[in-house]
Design a protein. Structure first.
Length: 335
């Protein structure tokens, strides 16, 4: 067997069900997989593998694994427990409902390093234009040559595709991905795109928040291929993402934002301040009053309502002030 200089996974198994399950997962995650069938071949390939999996059907006959860092995998829970106890290694049950196999495989490809910057945006009060901000951020990223995607998790927002005039653009909506589980392959190419950015919107034909398992699967897939993923969180509680709060720079909006921040499982890490008529509190002071860092300032842009009426995205020459502001905020997200 020739040495493989690329990070890859090793599977030693004979059970065709185990081999097929691991091969499908590895292919979906673009992870190179080497499959061998006996202890001698496994011992030779073991040192070069970034992930080592041994089928319970093979491990049951081994006195010990060729080296450290292995996992036993299979479909029989009793046999897995027996092998794990005897060999002193963790197990990966199949089928993999908890995503353990996907997590191990993505680590091989380096996807667990978080190649994408992922942020969730929520408004501290109504009428601030959180969805418009989300769209503006990914469009700004696309103009800078980044691969960016906006993910709509606001079941009461009417659909993020409407914000950019993409309601008739073909591609997946959440209704097409609601049953997604575990690891997914390339989905960015299947999403509606506007201005070079991808948009995954809630479906008006099948309203409601997507299941958490589907959200996890989709975000995992987008993390692997995007530079920036921005989530329009709405009122959806997200426990694992970097939260940004869009706040009006006035007393009532700040009070509402504080109530919002206190009610979610994961506290926001930064604030984007919306300024304009009736919002005269200095942005830095407003952010400090919330105990948040100031990520950026979003000024009023009177062209945005007109663009929305025409079904045009909030970007480019038609909204210069807004475009300059979101470009600065998008750059700050990568800092």
């Amino acid at each position: 067997m020739e040495a493989d200089t690329q990070p890859h996974a090793l599977l030693c198994a004979r059970d065709p069900r185990v081999i097929e399950a691991v091969e499908v997962s590895a292919a979906a995650l673009a992870v190179d997989l080497v499959v061998v069938h006996d202890a001698e071949a496994a011992a030779e390939a073991w040192p070069r593998a970034a992930l080592r999996l041994v089928g319970a059907d093979v491990a049951a006959r081994w006195a010990g694994l060729p080296g450290s860092g292995g996992h036993v995998t299979g479909t029989d829970a009793v046999e897995l427990a027996r092998c794990s106890a005897r060999l002193g290694v963790p197990v990966v049950p199949l089928p993999d409902e908890a995503g353990r196999l996907a997590a191990l495989l993505t680590a091989v490809a380096g996807a667990d390093r978080g190649d994408a910057t992922v942020v969730a945006v929520a408004a501290g009060s109504g009428g601030l234009g959180a969805s418009t901000l989300v769209a503006g951020l990914v469009l700004a990223a696309a103009r800078r040559g980044r691969r960016a995607a906006a993910v709509d998790l606001d079941p009461a927002g009417g659909g993020l595709d409407l914000v950019v005039g993409a309601e008739a653009v073909p591609g997946y909506r959440w209704s097409d991905l609601a049953k997604a589980r575990g690891e997914l392959g390339e989905i960015w190419e299947s999403l509606p795109r506007v201005g070079g950015a991808a948009f995954l919107a809630v479906s008006r034909e099948a309203p409601g928040a997507p299941p958490q398992a589907a959200v996890d699967a989709v975000l995992g897939a987008l993390r692997r291929v995007c530079d920036l993923v921005v989530i329009d969180a709405g009122s959806t509680p997200l426990d694992g993402e970097r939260h940004l709060l869009l706040v009006g720079s006035d007393v009532r909006s700040i009070a509402a934002a504080q109530m919002r921040a206190d009610s979610v499982p994961r506290a926001p890490v930064g604030a984007i301040l919306r300024t304009g008529r009736g919002r005269g509190i200095p942005p830095a002071m407003a952010a400090r009053s919330l105990g948040l860092g100031l990520v950026g300032v979003l000024r009023d842009d009177r062209t945005l309502p007109r663009l929305a009426e025409l079904g045009l995205p909030p970007s480019g020459l038609g909204s210069r002030r807004f475009s300059r502001d979101v470009t600065r905020i998008e750059a700050a997200l990568h800092g």
